[in-house]
Design a protein around this ligand. Structure first.
Ligand SMILES: *Cc1c(COP(=O)(O)O)cnc(C)c1O
Length: 465
């Protein structure tokens, strides 16, 4: 068999890919027709594809490459650890230096009383841990009926059966027998799409109080936890109204419901603090982490757990764990990633330089005829495409038609920007410079202009009635 290398013609790579590789969240036949984009290398905030195009990665991979691509130190950390101890497990009373060091570091960085880490290989696995952890916690406290976890429609918490059940993605629940029992969903705080005539503040309170209503309906003695992303990422970078989180916190405190903040995207600087919980003023009992924990250089995730919850679980045997919980190479790489984030003051760069610069330019896109709203917190931002700015109208065409066209126009202009339905989202590497931000914004505006022209030409600028 011929070796497969970067030098192979793109069409051959695409054909082999389509023949043998099943892609996540992709229609295989579409991919077969069109061919996958083959990414060959990356440096800083730039990707190179097999055709030699250089794209700005406005998504930091999948919301994860916080320190940017090409950091030799992480490659060195991995190589060093692989030579010294490539693998050992943390079951049955064994441990190793990288996982000890990473646990201590995360306890130092995490807020207040969150001082204990249960490691996993991904965000999905960590959220599966959380399901069992909160139920086991209440059972150990003599309340085995407290097993329901409340989440939100259009949340994303992962793709395993457990975490996908926590998530509120209708398309996922339609396949393969999800959600599992004792998961309940309330509505999301998406004012732009669902707020109607309410002010954002009224709407934020109303949506938060759905949690209180659900607790009363289901019974306080049945509800174990509420899980939410501080800011929904994959759902479309939905920034909740200011009234939302304080009310959620009040309800969790009042009814003794554990609060799980899914920080898989918001963590490690994305919102301008180490954790989104700090930016939004939340006091979680458990935080889910992954993605930016290693800047995506290694698969690793975890649950950062409060003294109280860890104390109860430590008194029993929690029959749970993954072969790769606290994998030494992943832990060493994560630790090096955190060292770089800290020593290079990357979160200060976000707060003082990159986020203000991006905010100014992103909000300026709001004057575009196709843009109904812009939202941004730190280095995660979204905009809503609309055929009619003033009424927040949706398109008559199937949801996602305009968003898909816009995403394709972004690609054609060497920018990776994702669409979630008809919202466009970005989440660039945190190290992006002001000049690179300006280039990103110029390309985004050009893509919006071209999208507008294409929608017009195809007669798709109609509002839904
Ligand atoms: C990506 C994501 C997950 C799942 O993480 P994986 O590493 O893909 O399993 C969970 N929660 C949130 C908020 C995410 O964005």
């Amino acid at each position: 068999m011929t070796a497969i290398t970067n030098h192979m013609p793109t069409a051959e790579l695409q054909a082999l890919d389509a023949a043998h590789h099943m892609h996540p969240f992709t229609t295989g036949d579409d991919l077969n027709r069109k061919g996958a984009r083959v990414i060959t290398r990356a440096s800083g905030v730039m990707l190179t594809d097999s055709e030699g195009n250089e794209l700005i990665d406005g998504m930091a991979g999948l919301w994860c490459v916080n320190i940017g691509y090409g950091r030799e130190e992480l490659a060195e950390a991995a190589a060093r650890q692989m030579r010294e101890l490539p693998y050992y497990n943390t079951f049955f009373q064994t441990t190793h230096v990288p996982v000890i060091a990473l646990g201590r570091k995360l306890a130092e960085l995490a807020p207040d009383n969150l001082n204990h880490v249960f490691f996993a290989g991904s965000g999905s696995e960590a959220n599966d841990t959380n399901i069992r952890m909160v139920r086991t916690y209440w059972a150990a406290k003599g309340k085995p009926d407290k097993s329901i976890i409340i989440s939100r429609h259009n949340a994303y918490h992962g793709s395993s059966v457990g975490s996908g059940s926590l998530g509120g993605m209708a398309g996922m629940h339609a396949q393969g027998g999800m959600p599992i029992p004792d998961v309940h969903h309330i509505n999301q705080p998406d004012w732009y799409a669902e707020g109607g005539a309410m002010t954002p503040e009224e709407f934020g309170l109303a949506r938060a109080r759905e949690l209180e209503t659900a607790i009363k309906d289901l019974g306080e003695d049945r509800v174990a936890a509420f899980i939410a992303e501080p800011i929904q990422g994959a759902g479309g970078v939905i920034v909740p109204p200011d009234s939302y989180w304080p009310e959620i916190q009040r309800i969790c405190d009042e009814y003794e419901i554990l609060l799980i903040a899914d920080e898989v995207i918001c963590g490690f600087g994305r919102t301008g603090n180490w954790f989104g919980s700090q930016t939004l003023g939340i006091r979680p009992d458990i935080m889910t982490v992954a993605k930016g924990l290693s800047s995506g250089y290694q698969p690793i995730g975890g649950s950062i757990v409060s003294d109280e919850v860890a104390g109860v679980l430590n008194a029993i045997e929690f029959n749970h764990g993954y072969t790769y919980s606290g994998h030494p190479v992943a832990a060493a790489v994560a630790l090096e990633n955190l060292r770089i984030l800290e020593e290079e003051r990357i979160i200060d760069h976000v707060r003082d330089v990159a986020a203000p610069h991006l905010k100014q330019g992103w909000e300026a896109l709001g004057d575009h005829p196709l843009v109904g709203e812009t939202r941004i917190v730190g280095m995660m931002a979204s905009l809503a495409l609309t055929p009619h700015k003033d009424s927040r109208a949706k398109f008559a065409a199937e949801t996602g038609t305009a968003g898909y066209i816009c995403r394709e126009r972004c690609f054609a202009n060497n920018l990776v920007m994702r669409h979630v339905g008809d919202r466009m989202v970005i989440s660039p590497p945190l190290v992006i410079t002001p000049d690179e931000i300006d280039t990103l914004l110029q390309r985004a505006r050009k893509a919006l202009d071209e999208t507008h022209a294409e929608l017009k030409e195809k007669g798709l600028l109609q509002a839904a009635s």
